[in-house]
Design a protein around this ligand. Structure first.
Ligand code: ADP
Ligand code: MG
Ligand code: ZN
Length: 607
C-alpha cells in the first residue's frame, strides 16, 4: 500500500466545506437577495389598494411580486409574507404596520444546505480514519476483526456459585465434573481421561443457562471468556472467523479457562438453513470455530461452554464427537425446584409470616427461574406500593396474576353489550370446568380486561405439574376451552371474536391428538408429525417436507374438525343443561367483576 496518504486526507475536507459555502452563496444570489426588497405585508396591501402591483407569485405564505413603478430605494421587485386575513383587516383598520416571517422556513432552508455537506464530510472522515489506521485499506479491514475481540477480556473474579442456581440438579451434577477438571487438570489426566471439550447447555430462555456457565467459572475460579454468538456475525467475510481465531488464541494463553458462547444458534445455524444472504461469512466463522475446537490440545485445560434454546437448528457438525458432544438439558424447574429458586430470590426480601414458598410454587407451574426472579421483585414492588411493612402472600398472588395475565388495565372500558358477552364467555369456561369431574379447579374468573387482547379470563389452577395426559383429559380440556364459545352461542345474539385464543389452543390439542399421539382411531397409531423443530416449544424451520399423502392430509383435517366440533357440542350440552346457572353466574360476574373459588358454589348447577 502507498504510504503517501496523509495529504489528500485533509484538503478534500476543506474543499468540501468551501464547496458547501459556495453553493449556499450561489443559492442566495439566485434567489435574488440583491434587487428584491423585503417589505411589510401592510406595505404590500397599501400598494395593492393603490393599484401599483403588477404581478405576484404566491408560494405558501410568501409572496413575490413586481410593481408598476419603483419604490423609494429604486427597486421594483419585492417579497413579503402574508398575514392571516382577519388579523390583517383588524390591523389595517387601526393603521398598524404589520408583517410576518415565514414559519421557520428561512432557517430550515439554511440548515438543509449546511447539514448534508457536514454529514458527508463527517462520514468521509470517519471512514478514512478507520481504514487509514494501519496504513491503507487492507489494514483497516483487518484491524476491524481484531478490535472487537479485545472486548472479550476474561472475567477473572466471578462471584456466582452453584448455590445461586437451583432447580437444575442434573445439569449441576454434570457440570461439577467440569469444575473438578478445571481445578485439577493434572489429576484428571492421570488415567488418560480427558474432559469433554465442548458442553452445550440446552433449554428454554430464562432457565439459568448463562447463570450456570458463570457458576462453573466461579466455582473453578478460572478466567471466563464470555461472548455471544451474534457478536461473530459480521457483514464482511472473514471478520467473524478472525474474531473466533483471536478468541481462542487469547484463551490459550490463559488456560485453564472457560470460553462461553451464549446464543450459539446465531452463529452455528445449520449451513443452508437460512434463505437470507450472509451465508459465506457465517460459514467461514462456523468453520473457524470447528477448526479451533478440533485444533486445541486435548490436554489444554480449556472448556468451551455454549448455550442455546434452539438446538435443532444447529449445524450437525457442531454436535459431533470432540466438539459440543456433551449436551446438558436445563429445563423449566419442577415444583421443588421452584421452591428452591424462590428461596434464592426472596433471601434478601422481608417476607411476612404468612408467605409459604410451597404455595407460591404451586401457583406457578411452567415458570422459569427468570420468571420467578421477576415474580419476587414484582411482589416486593406491589408491597411497597401499598405501603406494607413486609411482603405478604397477597402480594405474591397479585404479582402472579400480573405476570400471568398481563398488567391490569382497569381503565379500559367495555361497552355494556360487550361486557355481557365477556361475562357469558368466561362463565361458560367456568361452568364447563365445574361440570367436568377431575378438571383443574377454577381459581378465579374475571371480566376485568388484562394485558393485550384478553377481555376477561378464567384462571384454572393445575394441582400438579403434568407430564402425561390421557385421551379423556385432553378431550375435557378442549371442552373447557370451548366453554366460552358455547356460552356465547347460547346467549344467542352473535358469536364473537373473543374465542380466537381458545380456538387456537383447542386446535393445537386436537392436532396433537391426531398427528402426534396416535389417538385417532381412523388414522391409527401413527405419528404423522414427528415434532421436528418443535423442541422446547420453539417454532421450527420454515419449511418442512410433509411425510404423508394428500389423502391423509384431508383425513387429518377432517379428524381435527370432528374432534373440535364434538368438544363444542359437549360444552353447549353442559351449558344448556345449566342455563339458569349460566345466566345467574353471568349476572353475578357483571356486578362483581371478579369471582374467586369461594364464590362459585353460589352458582348452583344441576347434576
Ligand atoms: P438463560 O441464559 O437460560 O436465558 P439466565 O441465566 O440469563 O437464563 O437467567 C436470567 C436470570 O434468571 C438469572 O440471572 C437469575 O436471576 C434467574 N434464574 C434463572 N434460572 C435460575 C435458576 N435455576 N436458579 C436461580 N435463578 C435463576
Ligand atoms: Mg442466557
Ligand atoms: Zn375464552
Amino acid at each position: 500500500m502507498p504510504a503517501a496518504a496523509p495529504k489528500p486526507k485533509i484538503s478534500p475536507t476543506i474543499w468540501m466545506i468551501l464547496l458547501g459555502l459556495a453553493m449556499m452563496a450561489g443559492v442566495s444570489f439566485m434567489s435574488g437577495v440583491g434587487d428584491v426588497a423585503p417589505i411589510p405585508y401592510s406595505q404590500f396591501q397599501a400598494y395593492l389598494d393603490a393599484g401599483k402591483v403588477k404581478s405576484v407569485v404566491v408560494n405558501g405564505d410568501s409572496i413575490r411580486g413586481t410593481l408598476n413603478e419603483a419604490m423609494a430605494d429604486g427597486k421594483t421587485q419585492f417579497t413579503t409574507v402574508s398575514v392571516p386575513r382577519d388579523l390583517a383587516a383588524a390591523l389595517s383598520d387601526h393603521k398598524v404596520e404589520f408583517s410576518a416571517t415565514a414559519g421557520g422556513g428561512a432557517f430550515a432552508t439554511v440548515l438543509s444546505w449546511i447539514i448534508p455537506p457536514i454529514l458527508f464530510v463527517g462520514i468521509w472522515m470517519f471512514a478514512s480514519r478507520g481504514m487509514g489506521g494501519a496504513g491503507g485499506m487492507a489494514g483497516g479491514l483487518f484491524s476491524m476483526g481484531r478490535s472487537k475481540a479485545k472486548l472479550v477480556a476474561p472475567e477473572t473474579d466471578i462471584k456466582v456459585a452453584f448455590d445461586d442456581v437451583a432447580g437444575v440438579d442434573e445439569a449441576k451434577a454434570e457440570l461439577h465434573e467440569i469444575v473438578d477438571f478445571l481445578k485439577r487438570p493434572d489429576e484428571f489426566g492421570r488415567l488418560g481421561a480427558h474432559i469433554p471439550r465442548g458442553i452445550l447447555l440446552v433449554g428454554p430462555p430464562g432457565t439459568g443457562k448463562t447463570l450456570l456457565a458463570r457458576a462453573v467459572a466461579g466455582e473453578a475460579g478460572v478466567p471466563f471468556f464470555s461472548t455471544n454468538g451474534a457478536e461473530f456475525v459480521e457483514m464482511f467475510v472473514g471478520v467473524g472467523a478472525s474474531r473466533v481465531r483471536d478468541l481462542f488464541e487469547h484463551a490459550r494463553t490463559s488456560a485453564p479457562c472457560i470460553i462461553f458462547i451464549d446464543e450459539l444458534d446465531a452463529l452455528g445455524r445449520a449451513r443452508g438453513a437460512s434463505a437470507m444472504g450472509g451465508q459465506d461469512e457465517k460459514e467461514q466463522t462456523l468453520n473457524q470455530l470447528l477448526a479451533e475446537m478440533d485444533g486445541f490440545d486435548r490436554s489444554a485445560a480449556i472448556v468451551v461452554l455454549a448455550a442455546t434454546n434452539r438446538p435443532e437448528i444447529l449445524d450437525p457438525a457442531l454436535l459431533r464427537a470432540g466438539r459440543f458432544d456433551r449436551q446438558v438439558l436445563v429445563d423449566r424447574p419442577d415444583k421443588i425446584g421452584r421452591v428452591q429458586i424462590l428461596g434464592i430470590h426472596t433471601k434478601k426480601l422481608s417476607l411476612a409470616s404468612d408467605v409459604k414458598l410451597e404455595d407460591i410454587a404451586a401457583l406457578t407451574p411452567g415458570f422459569t427461574g427468570a420468571d420467578l426472579a421477576n415474580l419476587a421483585n414484582e411482589a416486593a414492588v406491589v408491597a411497597t406500593r401499598r405501603g406494607g411493612v413486609d411482603i405478604g402472600m397477597a402480594d405474591f398472588t397479585a404479582a402472579v396474576e400480573r405476570i400471568v395475565a398481563g398488567l391490569e388495565k382497569k381503565s379500559r372500558i367495555l361497552i355494556p353489550r360487550e361486557r355481557r358477552i365477556v361475562a357469558y364467555h368466561e362463565m361458560g369456561h367456568t361452568l364447563v370446568a365445574l361440570a367436568i369431574p377431575g378438571s383443574d379447579p377454577i381459581q378465579k374468573v374475571s371480566i376485568i380486561p388484562r394485558g393485550i387482547g384478553a377481555l376477561g379470563y378464567t384462571m384454572q389452577r393445575p394441582t400438579d405439574d403434568r407430564f402425561l395426559m390421557g385421551l379423556h383429559e385432553l378431550e375435557d380440556k378442549m371442552t373447557v376451552l370451548m366453554g366460552g364459545r358455547a356460552a356465547e352461542t347460547l346467549l344467542g345474539s352473535d358469536i364473537s371474536t373473543g374465542a380466537s385464543d381458545d380456538l387456537a389452543k383447542a386446535t393445537d390439542i386436537a392436532r396433537g391428538m391426531v398427528m402426534r399421539f396416535g389417538m385417532d382411531k381412523a388414522l391409527g397409531p401413527v405419528a404423522l408429525d414427528t415434532e421436528q423443530g418443535q423442541f422446547l416449544g420453539q417454532p421450527g424451520a420454515f419449511w418442512q417436507p410433509r411425510r404423508f399423502s394428500e389423502q391423509t392430509a384431508r383425513e387429518i383435517d377432517q379428524a381435527v374438525r370432528t374432534r373440535l366440533e364434538a368438544a363444542l357440542a359437549r360444552a353447549i350440552g353442559i351449558l344448556a343443561d345449566n342455563r339458569a346457572a349460566l345466566d345467574a353466574g353471568a349476572e353475578l360476574l357483571l356486578t362483581r367483576e371478579t369471582l374467586g373459588a369461594e364464590d362459585l358454589p353460589k352458582v348452583k348447577m344441576v347434576g
